[in-house]
Design a protein around this ligand. Structure first.
Ligand code: AMP
Length: 432
């Protein structure tokens, strides 16, 4: 045994199940995606909210006792307080947003956007992770259906901005406090009548929240779900009118959408408008690239004043999979402009890199006193347009050789003092 021999075996650690490292250039692509979203949201009057990655577990328990996200998937823990606090990593951001609203009472409408990691203890598979990233918006303090249209329209324009062409918009209305009880009763009675045909899991769900049975993806449940009563047939006058105005607004935007009467979504808090974006380029198991809806009771649940809200969360990881499948929004390595080659000890490169970076260029260099050949190879691989070379002669003279790495490019020697303008001249008209 290693221990008996006095040798401590080194463990090879891996990223925890359901998580992964995102390396360059993919990490740069994600950052670009978030910045496209941030730009669109800010141009639409949404300001960024940064909230904690963990909250009191009670914040998430308000998401509904029948949501698997709450019953099975929370990463929960106790801190070192006395008494210890019961906390959980956020599985989504809407609850945190409503908690922040109840805490700060900002003026309404409060329009915020966010981005960040979410955590759910799910069974990992393609497009399903235990740590994943979402971007989203929420508008609190108005139930104007045009706010719903603004939110849904923003999601649609975002996918377009990424170059995605095969994203379908599905919309539904789940009704309000006036229309829901009659529907819930009709649905429960129907499902109880066909209980024996449902999967075991759906029979358990039925006892907690009949509506959520409609969200089942299990084959066995599909015939029962297909014949279930529809919410649209139970909408109150006010809910029906709200939904009609949302649809009219989407028509005015030229949005192609489908009414999806069985769309209930995975969380219990939704009322009235619900919607989902489905990427047809992905398998059905992972094609939900975003979704959201109206939650008119959640802020009150979290101790705030009665405040309606509407928002969405889009799954960054899945959107990027859809981009891969459609050949859109490609990952691009960030090339450097200049590569500094120093074969005279490396000290000149320290200063020249700093000077060129301060002048605004993208600059890289080699380390470890590599040979001229090895450093030039690195320069070529870096994608740089210009190599700045310092050998013993240049070092003695206080000069540098500036070489244009493009095919047919020449080279000339300049004083180190004139290096920045010389490089600028060569790079004129190129972008990094
Ligand atoms: P939800 O908060 O469940 O409505 O999820 C919103 C979006 O987040 C989904 O449409 C997915 O794109 C994404 N998403 C949800 N759960 C996961 C997960 N476990 N892994 C990757 N993406 C996810």
């Amino acid at each position: 045994m290693a221990v008996a021999l006095g040798v401590v075996a080194k463990a090879l650690f891996r990223a925890p199940t359901g998580t992964r490292d995102i390396l360059a250039p993919e990490s740069a692509r994600r950052r670009r995606l978030v910045s496209v979203f941030a730009d669109l949201a800010e141009r639409s009057g949404f300001g960024q909210l940064e909230s904690p990655v963990f909250e009191d577990i009670g914040v998430f328990q308000r998401l509904g006792a029948a949501s698997e996200i709450v019953t099975k998937e929370l990463f929960e823990f106790f801190d070192k307080g006395d008494p210890p606090r019961h906390l959980a990593l956020r599985p989504e951001l809407t609850a945190s947003v409503c908690r922040a609203f109840a805490e700060h009472r900002p003026t309404v409408p409060w329009k915020i956007w966010y981005s960040g990691s979410q955590f759910r203890y799910e069974r990992p598979q393609a497009g399903r992770y235990r740590q994943f990233e979402q971007v989203g918006v929420e508008t609190l303090g108005t139930d104007d259906p045009h706010a719903d249209v603004e939110v849904i329209g923003l999601g649609m324009r975002f996918y377009e901005a990424l170059g995605l062409k095969q994203v379908r918009l599905l919309v539904n209305s789940l009704g309000d406090a006036d229309s829901r009880p009659a529907y819930d009763a009709a649905l429960a009675a129907y499902l109880q009548g066909r209980r024996g045909e449902l999967s075991e899991q759906s029979r358990v769900t039925l006892e907690r929240n009949p509506l959520r049975v409609l969200d089942s993806k299990r084959d066995q449940d599909q015939p029962v779900i297909a014949a279930a009563p529809l919410m649209v047939d139970f909408l109150s006058g006010a809910s029906a009118e709200h939904f009609a105005t949302v649809r009219d607004g989407l028509d005015r935007l030229g949005a192609a959408y489908e009414i999806s009467p069985r769309l209930v979504r995975g969380l219990d808090y939704y009322t009235r408008t619900t919607f989902e974006f489905a990427a047809d380029a992905l398998d059905t198991a992972q094609n939900a690239v975003g979704g959201g809806g109206r939650y008119d009771a959640l802020v009150e649940e979290l101790g705030g004043p009665p405040t309606p809200g509407i928002g969405f969360a889009l799954g960054v990881d899945r959107i990027l999979l859809a981009c891969d499948a459609e050949g859109a929004f490609a990952a691009a390595p960030t090339p450097v402009d200049v590569f500094v080659v120093d074969v005279a000890g490396g000290a000149s490169a320290v200063v020249l890199c700093d000077r060129l970076r301060q002048a605004g260029f993208g600059v890289d260099r080699a380390f470890d006193g590599r040979s001229m050949k090895a450093q030039m190879k690195r320069a070529d691989r870096s994608g740089a347009t210009v190599a700045v070379i310092v050998g013993p002669d240049e070092q003695a003279e206080g000069t540098a050789t500036v070489r244009d790495l493009r095919p047919g490019g020449g080279q000339n020697r300049v004083t180190q003092h004139d290096l920045v303008p010389a490089v600028a001249k060569l790079l004129e008209g190129t972008t990094s």
